[in-house]
Design a protein around this ligand. Structure first.
Ligand SMILES: Nc1nc2c(ncn2[C@@H]2O[C@H](COP(=O)(O)OP(=O)(O)OP(=O)(O)O)[C@@H](O)[C@H]2O)c(=O)[nH]1
Ligand SMILES: [Mg+2]
Length: 308
């Protein structure tokens, strides 16, 4: 999508971001954080406050709630109203959906809404504190500096780390799931299962959210696969992934089964209606993925397959 190689672009991004704060005009970029919630009453207010306190005046928050029995939707609504009252500007809103319909469907609805409302960038982010608020500006800065269609907050590039609260078994399972999907699809995106991703609006439009098959967590894999198929560059920025400390995981057997089956469906061309002519599994698809290394400078961690 750009003439500069991804690594040149990455180097440029790191230089620009070296100042630690985004230039004013970058900070004002219309960015919508889409946050799906189901029973996140204990997490949502703190997450919303942290996001809205970032030095990013262009940032707004869209909560997508599936009628959480614990009242998360109402709490979010009330929080949004109070924040608008005290700040004098409405920067938080809630999309209410009638039933629990899966993380993927919630994201699809929220991302479509955000782009239709004029967001230039859309950030996918969980409400449970796993994704670092402190990295939001960096993801946006990398997107603006590199012309990447997608910037992944990545656990699996150099400098990326997993919560210490995870035992060896859980870490291995996460790596394995990532390697499984990445290998079947032959993609060079190193954290293909990750859920902390910044999308440029045209990349969101190109993947055609209405035709995305995944209802659950495999949404993350399907979306990135589609973006690569459309020729968008995917950059990866290392993050620390924290375990949730409040509330419960919504992972269940159906969701896990879908994640096992979906890469094969995509590879065999079923459920990938939005992916243009691509031979998966060859490792030679369009859209190189580059890892931005640790803060000292860009790494040269791009390469085929998963790092797991
Ligand atoms: N709207 C909506 N949100 C959901 C649904 N399922 C999960 N979520 C939200 O999606 C985000 C990720 O879900 P988690 O339960 O944390 O799943 P996870 O991060 O894969 O699992 P853990 O690591 O165990 O926390 C959270 O903000 C959830 O509240 C759903 O069906 N609908
Ligand atoms: Mg979680």
């Amino acid at each position: 999508m750009t003439d500069a190689s991804p690594l040149d672009a990455a180097e440029h991004a790191v230089q620009v971001l070296g100042a630690g704060r985004l230039p004013e005009e970058w900070a004002a970029t219309p960015l919508t954080v889409v946050m799906p919630t189901y029973n996140e009453a204990g997490n949502l207010p703190g997450m919303a406050d942290a996001l809205l306190a970032l030095p990013l005046p262009g940032l707004s928050l869209l909560v997508v709630d599936d009628s959480s029995p614990d009242g998360t939707g109402d709490i979010a609504e009330e929080h949004a109203r109070r924040h608008a009252e005290t700040s004098g500007r409405r920067r938080m809103s809630v999309l209410h959906r009638t039933e629990k319909d899966g993380l993927g469907r919630a994201y699809a609805a929220g991302m479509a809404h955000a782009v239709a409302e004029g967001a230039h960038y859309v950030l996918q982010m969980d409400a449970d504190g796993s994704h670092p608020v402190a990295k939001v500006a960096e993801l946006l800065g990398v997107a603006l500096a590199t012309d990447a269609g997608v910037v992944v907050g990545s656990r699996y590039v150099q400098g990326g780390t997993l919560s210490d609260a995870w035992g060896a078994h859980r870490k291995l399972l996460s790596r394995w799931a990532n390697a499984y999907a990445g290998t079947i699809l032959g993609t060079r995106v190193r954290d293909i299962t990750g859920g902390f991703n910044l999308w440029r609006a045209d990349a969101v439009r190109a993947v055609d959210l209405g035709s995305v098959d995944s209802a659950g967590y495999s949404f993350q894999v399907e979306m990135k696969y589609r973006a690569v198929g459309h020729g968008f560059d995917v950059m990866e920025v290392p993050i620390h992934f924290e375990d949730r400390t409040v509330g419960e995981s919504k992972m269940n057997l159906m969701v896990q089964l879908e994640s096992v089956v979906m890469p094969w469906k995509l590879r065999l061309g079923r459920g990938a209606r939005g992916v243009p002519g691509r031979r998966p599994g060859t490792g030679s698809g369009p859209g190189p993925s580059s890892g931005l290394g640790p803060p000292s400078g860009p790494g040269s961690s791009s390469g085929p397959g998963s790092s797991a």
